[in-house]
Design a protein around this ligand. Structure first.
Ligand SMILES: *Cc1c(COP(=O)(O)O)cnc(C)c1O
Length: 531
């Protein structure tokens, strides 16, 4: 029996035979069931419902009648329920345990928010209902907009963008429209610091700008001298994240804002890391022109698994006229989603960014989060998030190598220096974490740090949970440095449903479509044809 000595909370190393070596007839591991594609369970002639044979009617489809089988999987209801339940159990989630992804705040979604989102007046409304029948829902959008402009100290907000990246597009389109309106459409360069999230350069490029990277200094901040040297009459904007993706506050942000404005350009701030400063710093005071807010990060609406985000964009006075429609208005007739040209300048608005008005369910959750925390509670969110990250950094510093000196904001960044000469990479280390029951942190990002490991614990983890995590990380780091563990690290994960996948092949040659080999009634389970 192996017994671990450094897990202070009394967790024991697995006292079993080498589990990975156990092979089963079914492929199942204990009650962890192996899952196949739904098509592979299905029979084309099976159905979850009994329907009477339809009466014979004259075929009016002309030549359009389907000739082959439709190819949908036929299953009974319990099989469908079991399939999706098993799949959901493979999905590691914030509700399962610590989820330390850096730069992508993954925090607890309070259940109160869910209850509010399911209130019939919010959950059952339809975007095409007459506005007079959804006054409360529109008022809620207005109230949330009010919180966002107050918290950020910005005069206007566009509510409809569906995610952070969509918000970036909204903000950069507003900048492009403002430049065009002032006869400065020739400004086609966007400055992006090297540590930026990939969506920043991607947004700029997608809108036809050319991207010029700006170097970072040795202490992980934007190089202001390099930035000033790059500012010229061709520059449309800078896209800067603050706190940046190294988890550091950009100390020179006022100087950056002044220089950008003096050069006739706009300042886009990526607000994905707003969780670190909400209630403490008003971005409007920093001189920015627009910033997206990921409601699904800072304001706890659920995300991951692809679904739905919400990325409202706050705008400065000089960009507000270029905000997309609709905007919330209150007049004598009540609350209204205005789409018409009206007040000075707003006929320049971009038009709609998406169908309807934004992610209503996310709006409800975000406002519930704000109201339940209050202004002081939101400030404490930021303080506790920063405290937790610094606690993790202070403990892990004993064995891991921080990328930069000094305290961090809401996330702490390590490089792979501590793994030097061990033959173990950041990837191997992350895979070993999976065997220990931890979802890995963000790896190899930001790119400015070699073998980066970016950890964001968030404010919703207890000290107990952080200590267990740190104990595990320290244990793994010591094991890695022992000089005898390289093979074990290379073999990890041993306890996951799958070992290491060929990620390159999956990215380069994805098999996106399931093709049956046969579909005739009674042919038995459908088979996937070789691609
Ligand atoms: C998450 C994130 C984004 C993109 O936001 P989405 O809502 O995922 O589109 C942009 N920048 C940074 C720094 C982020 O962390």
């Amino acid at each position: 029996m192996v017994q671990s000595t450094d897990l202070s909370q009394g967790r024991r190393a697995a006292a079993t035979a080498p589990v990975a070596a156990v092979e089963t007839f079914t492929g199942n591991r204990g009650l962890q069931l192996e899952e196949r594609l739904i098509f592979e369970y299905a029979h084309a002639d099976r159905s979850g419902v009994d329907l009477p044979e339809p009466p014979k009617v004259k075929d009016r489809l002309g030549g359009l009648r389907r000739r082959g089988a439709i190819g949908l999987p036929g299953l009974a209801e319990p099989q469908v329920v079991q399939h999706y339940t098993r799949l959901s159990q493979k999905n590691y989630a914030i509700d399962s345990g610590l989820y330390p992804l850096g730069s992508c705040t993954m925090k607890h979604n309070p259940r109160l928010n869910e209850r509010m989102a399911r209130l019939p007046g919010f959950g059952d409304v339809h975007p095409l209902q007459p506005q007079s029948t959804v006054q409360g829902a529109i008022e809620l959008i207005g109230a949330l907009a009010g919180w966002l402009t107050t918290l950020t100290g910005m005069p206007a907000v566009a509510m409809s963008p569906a995610a952070g990246a969509h918000g970036e597009m909204c903000g950069m389109m507003a900048i492009a429209a403002a430049l065009a309106a002032s006869g400065e459409g020739h400004r086609k360069t966007v400055l992006v610091p090297e540590s930026a999230h990939g969506t920043n350069p991607a947004t700029a490029a997608a809108l036809g700008f050319s991207v010029k990277p700006i170097a970072a200094t040795a202490d992980g901040r934007v190089d202001v001298a390099a930035l000033k040297a790059a500012l010229g009459s061709d520059v449309a904007a800078i896209m800067l994240t603050n706190p940046n993706t190294c988890g550091l506050f950009e100390r020179d942000i006022r100087e950056v804002a002044d220089a950008v404005r003096a050069a006739g350009a706009y300042f886009y701030c990526d607000g994905a890391n707003y969780n670190a400063i909400v209630g403490r710093v008003r971005p409007g005071d920093l001189g920015i022109d627009c910033m997206h807010i990921n409601l699904h990060k800072t304001f706890s609406t659920p995300h991951g698994g692809g679904g739905p985000g919400s990325g409202p964009v706050v705008l400065s006075a000089r960009l507000a006229p270029y905000a997309p429609r609709p905007w919330v208005v209150r007049d004598d007739a009540g609350w209204r989603l205005a789409e018409e040209d009206g007040a000075a300048g707003d006929d320049q608005a971009l038009g709609r960014l998406k169908a309807f008005h934004g992610q209503m369910g996310m709006f409800v959750r975000a406002l519930a989060y704000m109201l339940s925390h209050g202004a002081d509670g939101l400030r404490q969110v930021a303080e506790d998030a920063v405290l937790n990250a610094n606690y993790v950094m202070a403990r892990l510093k004993a064995e891991l190598t921080p990328a930069f000196d000094g305290p961090c904001m809401h996330e702490c960044l390590f490089d792979d220096d501590f793994l030097k000469d061990t033959g173990i990479s950041t990837l191997d280390f992350a895979k070993a974490m999976i065997d220990e029951g931890y979802h890995p942190m963000t790896m190899y990002f930001p790119l400015v740090v070699h073998g980066a490991m970016l950890i964001e614990p968030t404010e919703t983890q207890s000290k107990h949970a952080l200590d267990e995590f740190c104990d595990t990380m320290l244990h793994l780091a010591r094991k890695a440095k022992s000089g005898t563990a390289a093979e074990a690290f290379k073999a990890a994960p041993l306890l996951a449903p799958r070992r290491r996948l060929d990620e390159t092949l999956a990215a380069r040659k994805p098999i996106l479509r399931w093709r049956p080999t046969n579909q005739g009634p009674g042919d038995g389970p459908l088979k996937q044809a070789a691609e």
